[in-house]
Design a protein around this ligand. Structure first.
Ligand code: ZN
Length: 261
């Protein structure tokens, strides 16, 4: 059993202030340590559940968060970072499941801690074949292209609710609850890590029962930016159709391309 683990930061156990995910803040190093603990908990749980091989990808802010010498030291794991539009670079048909850790809800979610989709500053609303999706949906679509199902999400309550509503049967580990966008009520980090460990083991155990997400092809993506000048810039690309002042549309032939807007 081969599992891909994609790690964001906002939904990490014990991260309850925006500064902890901001690379320029003095609180970032503390947030980073918490992220590493969550990821190591997911790795341990995945092995306990029967995984034989893991690829673990660091995605927040382009992937510069893992403290590599503190990551689980095991010959069955490799670590990677995303590159350009490739959110999950090593994913292919050989994987049996996708686990998302540290995840947050899509832009515009009530009580979603640090809710956003791709860019808090630029992206207001995003749809895939008319359905609103966030990063959980986008990443699940890419994995689905390769026949890989989403098996688990760890994050705040809103992220877990979003995953359960879109992908029934997915295992979740809600480690905190957003109180508005910039505050959260958290489990103690050690409890969050324990929950992630336990749920990751459970998720790998049921990976064979879950189906990959296969949206109808070709896929129509629509992005409403927060400001018209961002849409002005995007519309310079001939593959993009301008819908209105702030909205652009792109049609992609296959789901592995949904992150390349
Ligand atoms: Zn992030």
């Amino acid at each position: 059993m081969k599992i891909y683990i994609l790690c964001d930061m906002e939904g990490t156990s014990g991260i309850w202030q925006p500064e902890q995910v901001d690379l320029t803040s003095s609180q970032y190093q503390q947030g980073r340590g918490l992220l590493v603990a969550d990821v190591n908990a997911a790795i341990a749980g995945a092995f306990e559940g029967g995984a034989a091989e893991l690829v673990v990808c660091d995605t927040h802010a382009g992937g510069r968060n893992f403290i590599i010498e503190q990551m689980a030291d095991d010959p069955r794991v490799v670590y990677e970072t995303p590159s350009g539009g490739d959110a999950l670079p090593a994913i292919d048909e050989s994987f049996d499941g996708l686990i998302l850790t540290g995840h947050h809800a899509m832009a515009g979610t009530l009580n979603g801690f640090l809710d956003h989709t791709m860019s808090s500053a630029h992206w207001f609303r995003f749809t895939l074949n008319g359905q609103p999706v966030g990063e959980i949906g986008l990443e699940t679509a890419v994995a689905g292209h390769f026949g890989v199902p989403l098996i688990m999400v760890a994050g705040d309550r809103a992220a877990c609710d979003e995953a359960e509503a879109m992908f029934p049967g997915v295992v979740t580990a809600p480690v905190k609850e957003g109180l508005g966008r910039n505050r959260a009520r958290c489990l103690p980090p050690g409890r969050g890590q324990e929950l992630i460990h336990k749920r990751a083991a459970e998720a790998v155990g049921k990976a064979k029962e879950l189906q990959p997400w296969k949206p109808g092809l070709p896929i129509t993506l629509e992005l409403t930016y927060t400001r018209a000048d961002y849409a002005d810039d995007a519309a310079a690309n001939p593959a993009i159709e301008r819908i209105d002042a702030r909205t652009c549309r792109k049609v992609v032939p296959t789901a592995d391309q949904v992150c390349r807007f």
